[in-house]
Write a protein that binds this ligand. Sequence first.
Ligand SMILES: [Zn+2]
Ligand SMILES: [Zn+2]
Length: 220
Amino acid sequence: MEALKLSPTVENYLSLIYVLERDDEPIVGARLAELIGVTHPTVTNTLKRISRDGFITMDKSGTHLTEAGWQAARTVMRRHMLTEWMMVRMLPWSKLHLEAHNLEHAISAEAEAALLEQLGHPQTCPHGNPLPGSEAAVASWVRLTQIPPDAKVIIRRVHELAEENPQTMAFLEEKRIMPGVQATVVEILEFNETTTLHVEQHSVTLGFAVARYIFVEQQI
Ligand SMILES: [Zn+2]
Ligand SMILES: [Zn+2]
């Protein structure tokens, strides 16, 4: 059944809150303001509105999705990820996320079902993030920051929160840090908070701030 039509703004907030809550990360105004690119007071006002509409609760225990909020967020996430796949042959990998953000709000339940079918029920988006309900498909992949030096890995996932940053994504695409690509961890400098990888004949150095959003499969 099609629920009431939500505004793109509300849908964007719900999908970000979904990711934070799914990963047990605190949902705080400052973090949302940074991720969405608006001021803290704007976030506060929007959260109040979303709370009034019954999609989140806000109290001393923090901000949390209600059952209606989870349901709406799961739908937006699914449509977002299917829209990314829909454009995967037309646009650079690093630009799929932002473009999908603009289009996902216009996907109907019928179009969503057709896309799911046509795309063969993918379990992840083109960046390796799980469709709602498919979290088990990505559960064995570990953060790059947990991998020891000299280990060979296959890049599997660039987290949703990294997807939000177009500069990060363009850099990762240019350096071929994308799902399915093999890499070797060559150096980890704790004091410098950097991990250096060897990827397809070149070296790439990532700060831990980005490396922690990259998930890999370690090869034996
Ligand atoms: Zn995305
Ligand atoms: Zn994605």
